[in-house]
Ligand binder design. Structure first.
Ligand code: SF4
Ligand SMILES: [Zn+2]
Length: 256
């Protein structure tokens, strides 16, 4: 397998993956969606809630806030506390606010050095004298259990290969038809100026009366994209998904 990074930042990763079967690429995609562990709120205890939202809706909104653990957390069902909850497997959070105010993610209080919450995610608006007071527990989980633990979104496409044949009469119909601006004319020739932008829709092939353009996806080369929707970096998500697959392959090998 060969990799080439086209874009890598906190939120996005774009790679070209070569010399690999589609089943492996799809397995990495599925691992990103379902297997990479992240931290999210699981239990909320409401002491006061005068806000316009029901407890359940507020709990759902709080559950979707990405939480960055700064300590190594264990899965609760693998912890020595036998699933009761302890600092080894649980991050404890609390929130207390009185209106008029908007309650944001950064109003949630967590012990320093244990976790970090993102700023400015609105949770609810409180009118004058309305109060919200709650405690919450965040734990490690996987996207296959609930979407709130999904680490990110992943997708891939076959690498587009576009060939302009000698039969081309330079009618430019393909250039005009392409919805992604992939083709252009240069030095009296049709050129492929941005093949990565091609969606393999084949509109250019269909419009060509001379059968002079060929478009196909390379089934051993892929453009792979990861977008983080959690507190993990897109690059870490990809690496962790590969680690999960390696562990699963080893488990299978031991069973055989
Ligand atoms: S297949 Fe579609 S996107 Fe790709 S070059 Fe042809 S018209 Fe453009
Ligand atoms: Zn525990």
């Amino acid at each position: 397998m060969r990799l080439k990074i086209l874009e890598a930042n906190e939120k996005n990763l774009v790679l070209i993956i070569e010399d690999v079967d589609v089943s492996i690429v799809n397995a990495i995609r599925r691992a990103i969606l379902t297997e990479v562990p992240t931290v999210a709120v699981e239990d909320v205890i409401f002491y006061e809630n005068d806000s316009p939202l029901h407890d359940e809706i507020l709990a759902l909104r709080i559950g979707l806030i990405p939480i960055k653990a700064k300590v190594d957390l264990k899965f609760r069902d693998e912890c020595e506390c036998n699933g009761k909850g302890c600092p080894m497997c649980t991050i404890y959070l609390r929130l207390e606010k009185e209106g008029p105010a908007t309650v944001y993610s950064h109003d949630i209080i967590v012990e320093e050095g244990v976790a970090e919450l993102p700023k400015n995610i609105p949770i609810v608006k409180l009118a004058k004298n309305q109060r919200l007071k709650l405690e919450a527990e965040a734990i490690l989980g996987r996207g296959k259990e609930h979407a709130k633990w999904q680490s990110g979104i992943a997708s891939y496409k076959y690498y587009p290969e576009i060939k302009i044949k000698e039969d081309c009469t330079l009618c430019k119909a393909c250039v005009e038809e392409c919805p992604r601006n992939v083709l252009d004319v240069e030095d009296d020739k049709i050129i492929v100026k941005d093949e990565l932008n091609c969606t393999l829709c084949k509109a250019c092939v269909e419009v060509c009366d001379y059968n002079a353009i060929d478009v196909k996806g390379n089934d051993r080369k892929f453009v792979f994209k990861v977008e983080s929707s959690s507190s993990l970096d897109a690059r870490d998500i990809f690496i962790k998904a590969c680690d999960v697959m390696i562990d699963k392959a080893k488990e299978l090998e031991e069973l055989l």
